[in-house]
Ligand binder design. Sequence first.
Ligand code: ZN
Length: 273
Amino acid sequence: MKYFDAHTHTNFVAYNDDREQVILRAKDAGVGMNVVGTQFDTSKAAVVLAEKYDNVYATIGLHPVHTTKSYHDVNELGDGGKEFTSRGEIFDAKAYEALGRNPRVIAVGECGLDYYRAEANTRELQKKTFIEQIELANKLGKPLMLHIRNAYADAHDILKAHAKVKGDVHFFAGNWDTAKKFLDIGFTLSFTGVLTFTHDYDEVVKNAPLDMLLSETDAPYVTPVPYRGKRNEPLYVQEVVRAISRIRGEGMEEVSAQIMANSRRIFGLDKIV
Ligand SMILES: [Zn+2]
Protein backbone atom coordinates (compact mmCIF):
# COMPACT_ATOMS: atom_id res chain seq x y z
CA MET A 1 0.00 0.00 0.00
CA LYS A 2 1.26 3.44 -0.97
CA TYR A 3 -1.84 5.45 -0.04
CA PHE A 4 -4.46 5.09 2.66
CA ASP A 5 -8.02 6.36 2.52
CA ALA A 6 -8.58 6.71 6.26
CA HIS A 7 -12.34 7.25 6.01
CA THR A 8 -14.53 5.97 3.22
CA HIS A 9 -17.95 4.38 2.73
CA THR A 10 -17.74 1.74 0.01
CA ASN A 11 -20.22 -0.12 2.25
CA PHE A 12 -22.94 2.37 1.22
CA VAL A 13 -25.69 1.73 -1.34
CA ALA A 14 -23.95 4.14 -3.72
CA TYR A 15 -21.63 1.24 -4.60
CA ASN A 16 -24.19 -1.54 -4.90
CA ASP A 17 -23.66 -1.86 -8.66
CA ASP A 18 -19.86 -1.87 -8.81
CA ARG A 19 -18.46 -2.26 -5.28
CA GLU A 20 -15.89 -4.88 -6.23
CA GLN A 21 -14.54 -2.88 -9.18
CA VAL A 22 -14.20 0.21 -6.97
CA ILE A 23 -12.25 -1.71 -4.32
CA LEU A 24 -10.03 -3.48 -6.86
CA ARG A 25 -9.32 -0.24 -8.77
CA ALA A 26 -7.98 1.16 -5.52
CA LYS A 27 -6.00 -1.99 -4.80
CA ASP A 28 -4.36 -1.90 -8.26
CA ALA A 29 -3.18 1.65 -7.53
CA GLY A 30 -1.79 0.70 -4.09
CA VAL A 31 -4.65 2.33 -2.17
CA GLY A 32 -5.77 0.80 1.12
CA MET A 33 -8.98 1.91 2.78
CA ASN A 34 -10.77 2.13 6.10
CA VAL A 35 -14.46 1.45 5.44
CA VAL A 36 -16.47 3.22 8.11
CA GLY A 37 -19.85 2.20 9.49
CA THR A 38 -22.48 4.75 10.47
CA GLN A 39 -25.02 2.43 12.13
CA PHE A 40 -25.21 -1.30 12.83
CA ASP A 41 -25.97 -2.50 9.28
CA THR A 42 -23.28 -0.41 7.59
CA SER A 43 -20.81 -1.41 10.33
CA LYS A 44 -21.52 -5.09 9.68
CA ALA A 45 -21.17 -4.50 5.94
CA ALA A 46 -17.79 -2.83 6.53
CA VAL A 47 -16.54 -5.92 8.41
CA VAL A 48 -17.71 -8.22 5.59
CA LEU A 49 -15.70 -6.17 3.07
CA ALA A 50 -12.64 -6.11 5.32
CA GLU A 51 -12.69 -9.88 5.58
CA LYS A 52 -12.99 -10.24 1.81
CA TYR A 53 -10.34 -7.81 0.51
CA ASP A 54 -6.81 -7.43 1.84
CA ASN A 55 -6.66 -3.68 1.09
CA VAL A 56 -9.80 -3.07 3.18
CA TYR A 57 -10.09 -2.52 6.92
CA ALA A 58 -13.24 -1.71 8.91
CA THR A 59 -14.46 0.77 11.51
CA ILE A 60 -17.64 0.03 13.45
CA GLY A 61 -19.87 2.49 15.27
CA LEU A 62 -22.91 4.72 15.41
CA HIS A 63 -22.85 8.15 13.75
CA PRO A 64 -24.23 10.92 15.99
CA VAL A 65 -27.01 11.80 13.52
CA HIS A 66 -28.25 8.21 13.72
CA THR A 67 -28.63 8.25 17.49
CA THR A 68 -31.81 10.17 16.89
CA LYS A 69 -34.25 10.78 14.06
CA SER A 70 -31.96 12.27 11.49
CA TYR A 71 -32.88 13.95 8.24
CA HIS A 72 -31.34 13.29 4.91
CA ASP A 73 -30.15 16.35 3.02
CA VAL A 74 -29.19 15.46 -0.55
CA ASN A 75 -27.37 18.73 -1.13
CA GLU A 76 -25.23 18.27 1.90
CA LEU A 77 -24.61 14.56 1.62
CA GLY A 78 -24.53 14.21 -2.15
CA ASP A 79 -25.57 11.08 -4.03
CA GLY A 80 -25.65 7.82 -2.18
CA GLY A 81 -27.15 9.49 0.85
CA LYS A 82 -29.91 6.88 0.99
CA GLU A 83 -27.96 5.29 3.80
CA PHE A 84 -28.87 8.28 5.95
CA THR A 85 -32.49 7.37 6.42
CA SER A 86 -34.47 8.54 9.41
CA ARG A 87 -34.06 6.09 12.20
CA GLY A 88 -32.95 6.43 15.75
CA GLU A 89 -30.65 3.61 16.76
CA ILE A 90 -29.98 2.82 20.41
CA PHE A 91 -26.30 1.96 20.78
CA ASP A 92 -26.03 -1.74 21.63
CA ALA A 93 -22.60 -1.96 23.24
CA LYS A 94 -22.56 -5.79 23.33
CA ALA A 95 -23.40 -6.17 19.64
CA TYR A 96 -20.83 -3.56 18.58
CA GLU A 97 -18.24 -5.12 20.87
CA ALA A 98 -18.71 -8.48 19.13
CA LEU A 99 -18.12 -6.77 15.75
CA GLY A 100 -15.24 -4.74 17.16
CA ARG A 101 -13.32 -7.82 18.26
CA ASN A 102 -12.82 -8.82 14.64
CA PRO A 103 -9.07 -8.39 13.96
CA ARG A 104 -9.78 -6.44 10.76
CA VAL A 105 -11.68 -3.77 12.70
CA ILE A 106 -9.16 -0.99 13.22
CA ALA A 107 -11.25 1.70 14.94
CA VAL A 108 -14.53 2.59 16.65
CA GLY A 109 -16.74 5.14 14.89
CA GLU A 110 -17.77 7.13 13.21
CA CYS A 111 -18.84 8.54 16.53
CA GLY A 112 -18.90 11.99 18.03
CA LEU A 113 -21.19 15.01 18.12
CA ASP A 114 -23.08 16.76 15.33
CA TYR A 115 -24.73 20.02 16.40
CA TYR A 116 -25.20 21.10 12.80
CA ARG A 117 -27.58 18.51 11.43
CA ALA A 118 -29.27 17.31 14.62
CA GLU A 119 -31.65 19.32 16.79
CA ALA A 120 -30.42 20.92 20.01
CA ASN A 121 -32.63 18.65 22.14
CA THR A 122 -30.65 15.60 20.94
CA ARG A 123 -27.36 16.79 22.40
CA GLU A 124 -27.57 14.90 25.68
CA LEU A 125 -28.35 11.64 23.86
CA GLN A 126 -25.50 12.29 21.43
CA LYS A 127 -23.09 12.84 24.33
CA LYS A 128 -24.21 9.68 26.12
CA THR A 129 -23.81 7.59 22.95
CA PHE A 130 -20.42 9.16 22.23
CA ILE A 131 -19.17 8.27 25.73
CA GLU A 132 -20.43 4.68 25.37
CA GLN A 133 -18.41 4.34 22.16
CA ILE A 134 -15.30 5.85 23.76
CA GLU A 135 -15.66 3.25 26.50
CA LEU A 136 -15.92 0.51 23.88
CA ALA A 137 -12.76 1.81 22.17
CA ASN A 138 -10.98 1.85 25.55
CA LYS A 139 -12.05 -1.73 26.19
CA LEU A 140 -10.99 -2.93 22.72
CA GLY A 141 -7.79 -0.87 22.77
CA LYS A 142 -8.65 0.49 19.31
CA PRO A 143 -8.58 4.14 18.22
CA LEU A 144 -11.59 6.39 17.65
CA MET A 145 -12.82 7.66 14.28
CA LEU A 146 -14.45 10.96 15.16
CA HIS A 147 -17.25 12.84 13.42
CA ILE A 148 -17.47 16.30 14.98
CA ARG A 149 -19.52 19.08 13.50
CA ASN A 150 -20.08 22.48 15.17
CA ALA A 151 -19.19 20.77 18.45
CA TYR A 152 -15.40 20.84 18.80
CA ALA A 153 -15.32 22.25 22.36
CA ASP A 154 -17.79 19.72 23.80
CA ALA A 155 -16.16 16.81 21.95
CA HIS A 156 -12.72 17.82 23.20
CA ASP A 157 -13.98 17.96 26.82
CA ILE A 158 -15.54 14.51 26.53
CA LEU A 159 -12.39 13.00 24.98
CA LYS A 160 -10.21 14.49 27.70
CA ALA A 161 -12.45 13.07 30.40
CA HIS A 162 -13.05 9.59 28.96
CA ALA A 163 -10.66 8.52 26.20
CA LYS A 164 -7.76 6.22 27.03
CA VAL A 165 -7.09 5.66 23.33
CA LYS A 166 -6.18 8.12 20.58
CA GLY A 167 -7.87 8.53 17.25
CA ASP A 168 -8.54 10.65 14.21
CA VAL A 169 -10.70 13.74 13.74
CA HIS A 170 -12.38 12.92 10.43
CA PHE A 171 -13.17 15.72 7.93
CA PHE A 172 -11.51 18.32 10.11
CA ALA A 173 -13.28 21.65 9.54
CA GLY A 174 -12.04 23.87 12.33
CA ASN A 175 -9.46 26.63 12.52
CA TRP A 176 -5.84 26.36 13.66
CA ASP A 177 -6.68 27.09 17.34
CA THR A 178 -9.11 24.18 17.39
CA ALA A 179 -6.70 21.95 15.47
CA LYS A 180 -3.98 22.58 18.05
CA LYS A 181 -6.25 21.45 20.89
CA PHE A 182 -6.82 18.06 19.25
CA LEU A 183 -3.18 17.68 18.23
CA ASP A 184 -2.19 18.42 21.83
CA ILE A 185 -4.17 15.43 23.11
CA GLY A 186 -2.62 13.22 20.41
CA PHE A 187 -5.42 13.05 17.86
CA THR A 188 -4.61 13.15 14.15
CA LEU A 189 -6.58 15.27 11.68
CA SER A 190 -7.78 13.95 8.35
CA PHE A 191 -8.68 15.92 5.26
CA THR A 192 -10.81 15.21 2.20
CA GLY A 193 -11.07 16.37 -1.42
CA VAL A 194 -12.37 19.67 -0.02
CA LEU A 195 -8.71 20.72 -0.05
CA THR A 196 -8.77 20.63 -3.85
CA PHE A 197 -11.44 23.31 -4.16
CA THR A 198 -11.20 25.65 -1.15
CA HIS A 199 -8.37 27.32 0.72
CA ASP A 200 -10.28 27.29 4.05
CA TYR A 201 -8.01 24.68 5.64
CA ASP A 202 -4.65 25.64 4.15
CA GLU A 203 -3.44 27.19 7.41
CA VAL A 204 -4.17 24.03 9.41
CA VAL A 205 -2.67 21.74 6.75
CA LYS A 206 0.47 23.91 6.65
CA ASN A 207 0.91 24.28 10.41
CA ALA A 208 0.15 20.73 11.55
CA PRO A 209 3.10 18.35 11.94
CA LEU A 210 3.16 16.08 8.88
CA ASP A 211 3.18 13.01 11.12
CA MET A 212 -0.25 14.01 12.50
CA LEU A 213 -2.11 14.21 9.17
CA LEU A 214 -4.18 11.54 7.41
CA SER A 215 -5.80 11.50 3.98
CA GLU A 216 -9.39 10.42 3.33
CA THR A 217 -12.05 10.63 0.63
CA ASP A 218 -15.26 10.36 2.72
CA ALA A 219 -16.53 8.76 -0.50
CA PRO A 220 -19.16 8.84 -1.95
CA TYR A 221 -19.17 12.50 -0.83
CA VAL A 222 -16.91 15.48 -1.61
CA THR A 223 -15.25 14.33 -4.84
CA PRO A 224 -11.91 16.08 -5.43
CA VAL A 225 -10.89 18.10 -8.47
CA PRO A 226 -10.52 16.94 -11.29
CA TYR A 227 -13.37 14.46 -10.75
CA ARG A 228 -15.98 16.95 -9.45
CA GLY A 229 -19.49 15.96 -10.52
CA LYS A 230 -18.67 12.24 -10.44
CA ARG A 231 -19.24 9.90 -7.51
CA ASN A 232 -16.17 9.86 -5.27
CA GLU A 233 -14.16 6.67 -4.59
CA PRO A 234 -11.06 5.62 -2.60
CA LEU A 235 -8.79 5.71 -5.69
CA TYR A 236 -9.11 9.50 -5.66
CA VAL A 237 -7.42 9.78 -2.25
CA GLN A 238 -4.28 10.40 -4.30
CA GLU A 239 -5.70 13.83 -5.17
CA VAL A 240 -6.07 14.63 -1.46
CA VAL A 241 -2.45 13.65 -0.83
CA ARG A 242 -1.42 15.77 -3.83
CA ALA A 243 -3.32 18.75 -2.36
CA ILE A 244 -1.61 18.31 1.03
CA SER A 245 1.76 18.20 -0.72
CA ARG A 246 0.96 21.35 -2.74
CA ILE A 247 -0.36 23.31 0.26
CA ARG A 248 2.67 22.41 2.39
CA GLY A 249 5.16 22.92 -0.45
CA GLU A 250 6.62 19.45 0.18
CA GLY A 251 7.27 16.67 -2.33
CA MET A 252 4.47 14.24 -3.21
CA GLU A 253 6.74 11.22 -2.51
CA GLU A 254 7.70 12.39 0.95
CA VAL A 255 4.14 13.40 1.87
CA SER A 256 2.53 10.19 0.63
CA ALA A 257 5.12 8.02 2.38
CA GLN A 258 4.64 9.87 5.68
CA ILE A 259 0.84 9.75 5.49
CA MET A 260 1.00 6.01 4.80
CA ALA A 261 3.33 5.60 7.80
CA ASN A 262 0.91 7.64 9.95
CA SER A 263 -1.97 5.38 8.93
CA ARG A 264 0.03 2.27 9.84
CA ARG A 265 0.88 3.78 13.22
CA ILE A 266 -2.57 5.09 14.19
CA PHE A 267 -4.52 2.02 13.08
CA GLY A 268 -1.86 -0.58 13.91
CA LEU A 269 -2.03 -1.97 10.37
CA ASP A 270 1.23 -3.88 10.66
CA LYS A 271 -0.19 -6.07 13.43
CA ILE A 272 -3.10 -7.24 11.26
CA VAL A 273 -2.90 -10.45 9.29
ZN1 ZN B 1 -18.17 9.33 7.08
